[in-house]
Design a protein around this ligand. Structure first.
Ligand SMILES: C[S@@+](CC[C@H](N)C(=O)[O-])C[C@H]1O[C@@H](n2cnc3c(N)ncnc32)[C@H](O)[C@@H]1O
Length: 273
């Protein structure tokens, strides 16, 4: 087990904050050690002192820096995580979009379970109501590793345990031979999604106006000022009447008064009714 000095920790957390606005307090010291030890071993370095020097002398493409960002970000996700959000979409949002198209953005999509859950919700809605929905789906993350994983659409079978077996056979392919422990999202579903890298702390990105933004389980890593600035930007990215979904332990209380709650961690722009 490597040890990390305050100075080394400060350098690493400072660089991560500058780039991704992910706020690592000293309490996260053991997380940094465990997540970066693999990198240190892989690079044949003796410990954090050499690792910090390595980062300082990184090549112009900052390859190791981006590996470090990937290693330090938390990518945990699940299919139909916080299932009440998908129920809310079906009951309270989708009926209003039967005659107009919508843009939906999973803004910290991680390994893709969220955007596929959204897509399956739309497809099931169409099947059950016999109505046609027109939509564009976007999924972004700061990490290219998780985006690659998402766009491949291959998951351990056990990760899909909570998906209704009928939906599982409709939207996924079962692995064969040595791959029976894996499932793959069907190609025509994957093709409906645009995956791209986007750093939410970047203030210059251009996107079409959205009707629904899933910003779940990511602002928890940001400090108050970063949250406020991001939420203000997302207000401008939403069409009037648009919805913003946050993660189960996240809230806009004290962050922005441009949204009001309409359900559990579900918000709408103010002034659009
Ligand atoms: C815990 S996952 C959330 C996944 C999914 N939204 C969910 O709720 O299951 C957090 C994701 O946020 C991404 N992330 C962290 N900082 C980011 C930033 N500044 N810009 C974009 N994505 C970021 C991480 O790479 C990670 O994939």
């Amino acid at each position: 087990m490597y040890s990390i000095s305050d100075r080394e920790f400060k350098y690493i957390s400072g660089e991560l904050y500058k780039y991704a606005k992910i706020n690592l307090t000293l309490k996260k010291r053991s997380l940094v050690i465990s997540r970066l030890s693999k990198r240190i071993r892989k690079l044949n370095l003796s410990g954090f002192e050499e690792y910090v020097d390595y980062l300082k002398n990184d090549d112009p493409d900052r390859i190791e820096f981006y590996r470090m960002v990937d290693a330090l970000s938390t990518n945990y996700s699940l299919f139909f995580r916080e299932s009440y959000h998908f129920d809310y979409m079906v009951e309270s949002i989708l009926p209003a979009y039967e005659h107009k198209s919508m843009n939906i953005w999973s803004a910290a999509s991680s390994t893709g379970q969220e955007i596929y859950s959204i897509l399956i919700t739309l497809l099931e809605y169409e099947k059950q109501t016999g109505r046609h929905l027109s939509y564009r789906l976007l999924a972004s993350d700061i990490s290219t590793d998780v985006l690659k994983y998402a766009a491949r659409g291959i998951y351990p079978k056990k990760d899909t345990d909570k998906i209704d077996p009928k939906m599982l056979s409709e939207y996924f392919l079962k692995g064969r031979d040595t791959k029976t422990n894996l499932v793959k999202v069907k190609k025509d579903l994957i093709r409906k999604i645009t995956f791209f890298r986007l750093n939410l702390s970047d203030k210059t990105y251009q996107l079409p106006k959205m009707d629904i933004i899933f910003l779940r389980n990511v602002i928890i890593y940001f400090d108050r000022q970063t949250k406020t600035e991001l939420i203000e930007r997302l207000y401008d990215y939403l069409n009037p009447g648009g919805h913003l979904f946050l993660g189960h332990s996240e809230s806009l209380a004290g962050i922005s008064d441009k949204f009001y709650p309409v359900g559990k961690t579900i918000y709408r722009r103010v002034g659009d009714d």
